[in-house]
Structure formats: C-alpha cells, structure tokens
Design a protein around this ligand. Sequence first.
Ligand SMILES: *Cc1c(COP(=O)(O)O)cnc(C)c1O
Length: 373
Amino acid sequence: MIPFCDLKKQYLSIEKEMDAAIKKVLKKAQFILGDEVEALEREIAFYLGCKYASGVASGTDALVLALLASGIKKGDEVITTPLTFVATIEAIVRAGGRPVFADVDIETYNINPREIQEKITGKTFAILPVHLYGHPADMDELKEIAQKNKLKILEDCAQSMGAEYRGMKTGGLGACGCLSFFPAKNLGCYGDGGMVVTNSKKIFEKVKILRSHGCRIKNFQSMRGFNSRLDAIQAAVLRVKLRHLEKWIKMRNVNAAYYSHLLSGISEIETPFTRPFVRHGFNYYTVRIKSFAGARDFLMDYLNSNGVSCGVYYPRVQHLQKAYRNLGYRRGDFPISEKLQNEILTLPMFPELSKKQIEFTVNKIKNGLAKRR
Ligand SMILES: *Cc1c(COP(=O)(O)O)cnc(C)c1O
C-alpha cells in the first residue's frame, strides 16, 4: 500500500540527528518553553523573514491567539473560505468572532478576492485567507481590499510552510501568520504544536502573555489567557527538521511535477494549478475529477482498495457543517466550493515518495477510470 504520507521513512532518514536532539532535551530536563523553544522561534522567524515568532500548543491555538492578540472583539466578523479544515472556523468562533464566508477561485481553490468586497460590513475585523494545500492565496488583491477597508489580514499557513508568494514566504505577508506543526504538515513535530509569526511587536508580546495564562509575570494575571505553550522536545524535533525543510519542499515540487506530467494526458483529470509567481508548498497534491457524477467517489474507493491511500480534503464545506448551522448558510450559497467538494481527490504526497510509487498511482488511476468510461 502506498501511504498517504510516510513519516516512518522520514524518521529513518534523520534517525541519528533526531535521537541525539531528543536525548539532549531529556538530559537537560527543561520541558516547557525555555532555550530550545526560543532557539526554534528565532530560526523560524529568520526562515520566514519575520521579526517575531511565538511557539504555541497547536495550529488551531495559533489562530485563536493571533486573532485575540490582533484585537478581535466579540461579534466581529472574519471573512474566510468555506473550503478549509474545520479548525479555521472553530478558531474564529473560539476567539469570539463570527465567520463570514466568501467563495473560492476555481483555479487555485483559495478565497476569491472578487467575492470579498460585498461581504464587508461595519463589523468586519479581518480577512483570514488559507493557503490551501500549500498554494498561496492572492495576497496582492487581498491586501488592496484590506487597506481600502482598514482590515487586518491573518494568514492560515497550516498547509503552506515553505511556500512563497513573489519570493516571500507565506506567514509574513499579513498582520500575522499561523503555523501548524501537526505531524503530517510540511514541518511537523511528533505531537501537536503551532506558532504565531508577525512583524508587530505588540501582537508578539500579547501572544506570549496569552499562551502563559495571561501572565506577563508568573502568577500575576494581566488578562484572561490560556495554557498554550510549545514544549522543548517538540522544539528540538522541529529544529532538526527545519534544517531539511528546503530540500523537502523541493522534493515535494519535483514529485508534483512528475504526477502532473504523467496525468496530463487524462482528459477527466485536472492537475493542480500554480500561479507563475508562487512556489507551491505541496503539503497536499489534489486533483479534480471532472467526469460523470460520482466519479471521484468511485475512483477514491478504487484506489484505496488497490494499493493507493487517498482522501478528500475536505468532504464537507464549512458553511454546510452542522455545528455552524446557526450562521444561517444554505446549500447553493457558495457554488464553486460546493462543486469542488464533490470533485477533489488528494493523492499520496511526501518528500520521499518515489518515482515508482507515482507511476504506480497514475496507472491505478488510469485503470480505475477505464472501468467506468
Ligand atoms: C492543520 C490545519 C489547522 C490546524 O492545525 P492543528 O495544528 O492541527 O491545530 C488549521 N488550518 C488548516 C488549514 C489546517 O490544515
């Protein structure tokens, strides 16, 4: 079976370095925040070209703390995409905000800037683009709208670590960037972890207070906060992996190009679109099956029972989730997102994926489609 993501293979390729780094933390016995986390924060800020970074407990928490540190107030509206992981929406709600959706672009599957203006009201606080699958959102257009309407931009970079927009890394393009270190992300630790990056000293300092129970000084609470800290073992793991990240992003891009080359002759399949001035992060390699109704589900089942793990990211658009029925959205509100939800299929993607594995996957796709043609 070709795995969807092969973290074992990755560990074996860095085993010695990794074991030594973890052992060092165990011997030092300083487990929460501390030197190791501070070193990682400096290294990630440098890598992304941002001034400041604060490690937190998860990518979801990074979004919540970033929204709060940027000054969101209860009932403020945050404009975002319906085609994302549930955590984006959950974070807005946890921060006291109200998610407002705008449909996505049919090429990049990211929030469509042309859909945003009409969603802006007196209560709009921010735009929260998600760089879906690792393809940066249309930041120039988003920034123009944000400036005109005095809105903040907070980037959900959970899937876009290492991706670039006009030569700049995602994360430093808006007021703040929110990273996830969930194991399967481009830079993943061995548990949960996240980070808020920013060029604003004010936001940075507020995130640091919020993550430690709202205390600037231990046991003196200046605001209501959280327990949301990154631990030293995860920071040590991430520091080892960060040294390999550029190479891994390049390998992901090589794999994606090979997939797209082999798939280009199949008329039912649309391969991922990449704007010319971006570097895709390819956390996911997602194709679109444009054929008979149900073709995607048929092909997904065929692949999963014929040696290729694949899945749908995401099978239910966020405006139609039961948990957010109170927001009042209905089927048909965002036709592009709803169409994509039924046509997208994510194939195995990880740096160590071999040419043979890609060829095997593409052959299975051809066989699967031939069965229903
Ligand atoms: C993974 C992910 C998150 C949440 O990150 P966690 O670290 O799992 O909390 C948020 N947004 C998107 C788009 C994600 O893919």
